[in-house]
Design a protein around this ligand. Structure first.
Ligand SMILES: [Zn+2]
Length: 177
């Protein structure tokens, strides 16, 4: 189906602003008690939702904990992540598997306990993700990781955004599988 450009622009994926309550209810890989207690950013209203493929944040009280919420089929879905302390390889240049930005020391291995029964067996899945969880802003050129940090490629911004969103969705699918 051919759509005029204006419609394709409107179809571009972006996030609807979420409330603290919606985010807490969206967690799939922790207990209800954990989802109730975990740290949610206080400045949700000021987040750049129109520029986000996902909202990610770290727990200011527990630096090895990070969280990520996105919309899958218009439903908010959130996961809790653990980021083990920096390893020696992290001082080298490495690439985020979500947004393909290369950083020196700015990518972390983030590990998500799997949802449901697999979680009870201790299963988890990991991915290399921008340590500041700002993939959406790197893709859109709103945050800069330095010279040579973005791959040279002929994709449009919309295609890069869709690829990032697809990578995030694929990671969440592994967590909930
Ligand atoms: Zn990234």
């Amino acid at each position: 189906m051919h759509l005029p450009n204006t419609f394709r622009q409107i179809s571009l994926r972006y996030m609807k602003p979420l409330t603290e309550q919606e985010i807490r209810a969206a967690f799939v890989n922790c207990t209800k008690g954990e989802a109730k207690r975990l740290s949610i950013p206080r400045d949700l209203a000021d987040r750049p939702w129109d520029d986000l493929d996902y909202l990610g944040w770290r727990d200011p009280q527990a630096p090895d904990r990070a969280y990520l919420v996105t919309e899958l089929d218009a439903h908010p879905t959130a996961i809790a992540l653990r980021c083990p302390g920096p390893a020696s390889w992290q001082a080298r240049r490495s690439m985020c598997s979500m947004c393909l930005t290369a950083h020196t020391g700015g990518v972390s291995l983030m590990v998500a306990p799997k949802a449901g029964k697999a979680r009870q067996r201790g299963n988890s899945v990991g991915a290399y993700i921008c340590s500041d969880l700002a993939c959406s802003l790197y893709v859109r050129g709103k945050k800069d990781a330095g010279a040579g940090s973005r791959p040279q490629e002929s994709l449009t911004l919309e295609e890069k955004i869709q690829r990032t969103a697809a990578n995030v969705a694929a990671f969440l699918a592994k967590v909930t599988a």
